[in-house]
Design a protein around this ligand. Sequence first.
Ligand SMILES: Cc1cc2nc3c(=O)[nH]c(=O)nc-3n(C[C@H](O)[C@H](O)[C@H](O)COP(=O)(O)O)c2cc1C
Length: 167
Amino acid sequence: MHVVVVFETLWGNTEQVAREIAAGIGADRTDVVDAVSAPAELGADVDLLVVGGPTHAFSMSTASTREAARQQGAVHIPSRGIREWIEAHSSAERAVLVATFDTRVTTPRLPGSAAKKAMKRLVALGFRPSAKPETFGVHGYSGPVTAGELERARRWGEELAAKIPTT
Ligand SMILES: Cc1cc2nc3c(=O)[nH]c(=O)nc-3n(C[C@H](O)[C@H](O)[C@H](O)COP(=O)(O)O)c2cc1C
């Protein structure tokens, strides 16, 4: 089983969630890569793609929301996020399974989800949803991830793995 997890993070919260999901999936081969270094095309042997990023302004981040994050004290500002990584993709040659997740502040609870937007675009490219877009909570903009969410991320990874056909 070969799984690729592509994440974007500014303060590290989404990366932590991504690594728990990958651990839960427990595939023979799981590549956990940030959107800057993730390959433009997936290998022919990939069984599942997982894409996750922070929710910014009710959606996936943009260059300007990432710049706003810098002004809020974020030190690691990636040169591209999951939005640009998805945009760089041509249509999928086969209907690869995909799951998306995001991180969002829990208080106040705001509408909008990067995971839902990402899923919409990935489905338009021909990917096949493996699960509903999932959200994990963080405290404030910088985190940390709220209590119990890393455990829930690992369990979600286990559920995703169970949906991958074994043949
Ligand atoms: C410019 C900006 C806009 C944001 N907009 C939202 C939002 O609309 N809804 C939300 O729940 N969180 C919002 N957040 C909080 C982020 O979701 C939070 O910083 C992120 O989950 C932290 O993950 P990271 O450490 O991986 O970057 C925003 C953060 C920034 C910097």
